[in-house]
Write a protein that binds this ligand. Sequence first.
Ligand code: NI
Length: 391
Amino acid sequence: MPIVNRFHDLAEEITSWRRDLHENPELLYDVNRTAGVVADKLTGFGLDEVVTGLGKTGVVGVIKGRDTGSGKVIALRADMDALPILEKTGKPWASKAPGKMHACGHDGHTAMLLGASQYLAETRNFDGTVIVVFQPAEEGGAGAKAMIDDGLLTRFGIQRVFGMHNMPGLPVGMFALRPGSLMAAADRFTVSIEGLGGHAARPHVSHDPIVAGSAIVAAAQTVVSRNADPLEAAVLSVTMFHAGTADNIIPETAELRGTVRTLSDEMRDLVEERFSAIVSQVGAAYGVKASLKYSRDYPVTANDEAEAAFAGDIAAKVVGEANVDRDVVPTMGGEDFSFMLNERPGAFIFAGVGEDVANLHNDAYDFNDELIPVGCSYWTTLVETALPRTT
Ligand code: NI
């Protein structure tokens, strides 16, 4: 089955929605305009129920099939938020809000799920219930978790969850996923070092937090190189080192910050444990007080094995088996759909958005509208396959 015909007809209109969202980017939970547009459209499509304000600004739509006897309920999820980047695409539909930009294609994700919602509400050719989820704050705000905490999964009886992200570098008409870990757990840390400041010419009566911090940065490199299994992925990057005010003063304190990425819970535990030991004990060796504040942000995005096979089959129905990579190399980026996959079986899939498209989070990125009919077809094929009518 190639592209669902209806989406050839709807593509132009869905593209205009996408470009409108692109012109009006909003950050984190402040997606009030976007959520309003989404809720109005869903209501206009004649959905059975439209709920706003879930997880602060999330929107949920309920679409019942012609039959509901199966009792099956599946959720399709899109994200609505943009990024704090100054857009440089020069496109006619470029951001009208300087410093905010849809540089991750969430405008496209939202538009595609709206298109699929319209089709599903028109045809209802399935047995069960589809929940369409439009979440805020994917970019670092854990909007998916906020919606779950607000009762998303239990209130609507969601049994399975599916998500999609566009992928630059992969041609339009190709999909990629894998069973198990697809994207990394993304954690943040702050190391606070308290030494004893003094005159730079009298280091023997100070406890230099810069030298101690440098030793911690160097020793931290051994967590991945010496403690982690070389066949398992882990990243520990110190990305900020702040200390000092003048060239003749040994400062009192220093602060390091950075990120840890891992693909399994075991590796995540190991990195935190080893890093914590290094911070306190290297600090002690240099006569300073060093403490680690480690914050576990997004979990590993792990696809259920059976659901990944199912999602791969759906992609193959739309674009052909040859165009589906079912064992793609995981990425060390994070994704908060992971919170949903931790609660329900499901699968997250990458959809090719073209080889000439700039990287995600780049100021030259723009979602490629050619993906719209492909992505919409994936959603509706998934629904009609997961919730087949038997009568
Ligand atoms: Ni994204």
